[in-house]
Design a protein around this ligand. Structure first.
Ligand code: SF4
Ligand code: SF4
Length: 373
């Protein structure tokens, strides 16, 4: 892991007292865990922790981003309240993780606004709807098939290409900051492969033995959160694949939309939309059951708003498909595209960002495992 001497701390530059306090508290708790080690089989946080005795700021940020907030270590801990040590490792790491996303976000001001004010998520969503509705009125083409009868292909590209690329650029800046802060070395293909493998099966949400986590059931185990996460992840990837395939068909093979039910864009889009809908709905329900004090209570609303936004994206897409050729299509199209636009634009600042940082943390973990062996 990084060391105080070699890894510059962004906290020092930012002068973020709240972040410094969060790291100090997490460090206190992790040092107790490092002596106890009872939870070492639960997730990647504990093996990573046991490789060292002292923890620089960057080390704490890396550990925090490895944590999935499964809460297994809290419910197993003999040192949680009312013990005087008052350990709450999931909450301590959540606070550090949240602060690291906020500080790494670019532009930083947007990061602070979106991480701390869930209402802003909804406001951006409404603004996205309004703009799209206006655009649909103004840019309606004279001819076009399917959805292109309401919004031309060129108009869609003009709106969505920058809305997709600009957040990606912002994410890249944030991830570069993260990598510097945790002392990351140059990435190799095998580190990324290991990270993708861990993310694909959500290994760190299986509780170590496949029994699952304690997120919504207190001291009882469940794999529900893991499965809901997987449905969301694979649903999202299928929807992304649908858009990518449709783009290739349009530009490479001169096969513009609309596509039939048994075409790849439709098959990917429909199956992805259903998975995304079910996964996000379940995640939102589980979130209402989990104890807020074991996460980052200050951003609970923002996180929930984001899950619901993703749910709305998938639901509005499915409803739009079902409403094919009815008079509701223009409004449903505006609602669906508005929610997709809001989702893209909020990606670097909303809970969506956790997927990218978790992947980076897993790649760094693979790197550190390899360096140690
Ligand atoms: S959370 Fe508690 S039981 Fe688990 S390793 Fe830390 S101190 Fe030990
Ligand atoms: S909350 Fe779960 S994922 Fe996080 S450190 Fe504890 S056991 Fe690991």
């Amino acid at each position: 892991m990084s060391s105080e001497a070699t890894t510059p701390s962004l906290l020092q530059f930012a002068g973020d007292a709240e972040g410094e306090a969060a790291i100090a508290e997490a460090r206190r708790q992790i040092e107790i865990c490092n002596a106890c080690r009872y939870c070492e089989g639960f997730c990647a946080v504990f093996p990573a922790m046991t490789r060292q005795k002292a923890f620089a700021d960057g080390d704490m940020i890396q550990l925090a981003n490895l944590c999935h907030n499964c809460r297994g270590c809290y419910y197993s801990c003999q040192y949680s309240a009312p013990h005087e040590f008052d350990l709450n490792v999931p909450a301590a790491l959540a606070a550090v993780r949240q602060d690291s996303w906020t500080r790494s976000a670019w532009p930083a001001a947007l990061g602070r606004v979106f991480h701390r004010h869930g209402v802003a998520v909804a406001a951006a969503l409404v603004a996205g709807f309004a703009v799209l509705l206006l655009l649909i009125q103004a840019l309606r083409p004279e001819a076009g098939q399917g959805f292109y009868a309401f919004l031309s292909h060129n108009a869609m590209v003009a709106i969505f290409l920058p809305a997709f690329l600009l957040p990606l650029a912002a994410l890249a800046v944030g991830l570069r900051r993260y990598w510097r802060e945790v002392g990351g070395a140059p990435l190799r293909g095998r580190h990324l492969a290991a990270a993708f493998k861990d993310a694909a099966v959500l290994r760190n949400l299986d509780g170590g033995q496949g029994q699952g986590c304690n997120f919504e059931k207190g001291d009882r185990y469940s794999n529900e959160r893991r499965f809901a996460h997987q449905a969301t992840l694979y649903g999202f990837l299928l929807c992304f694949a649908a858009t990518s395939v449709a783009t290739l068909m349009h530009y490479l093979f001169d096969m513009p939309a609309p596509y039939g039910l048994f075409s790849l864009p439709k098959l990917f889009g429909l199956s992805g939309g259903i998975l995304l809908c079910l996964g996000t709905l379940r995640l939102a329900m589980l979130k209402t059951r989990g104890a807020r004090a074991l996460g980052a209570p200050g951003v609970w609303g923002g996180e929930m708003a984001f899950v619901l936004l993703l749910f709305f994206v998938s639901l509005s897409g499915l409803v739009l498909y079902a409403a094919n050729s009815t008079t509701a299509v223009p409004w449903l199209l505006a609602l669906h595209l508005g929610s997709v636009l809001a989702f893209f634009l909020l990606t670097p600042y909303s809970k969506m960002v956790h997927g990218f940082y978790r992947l980076a943390a897993l790649a760094r973990e693979a790197q550190q495992r390899a360096a140690k062996s």
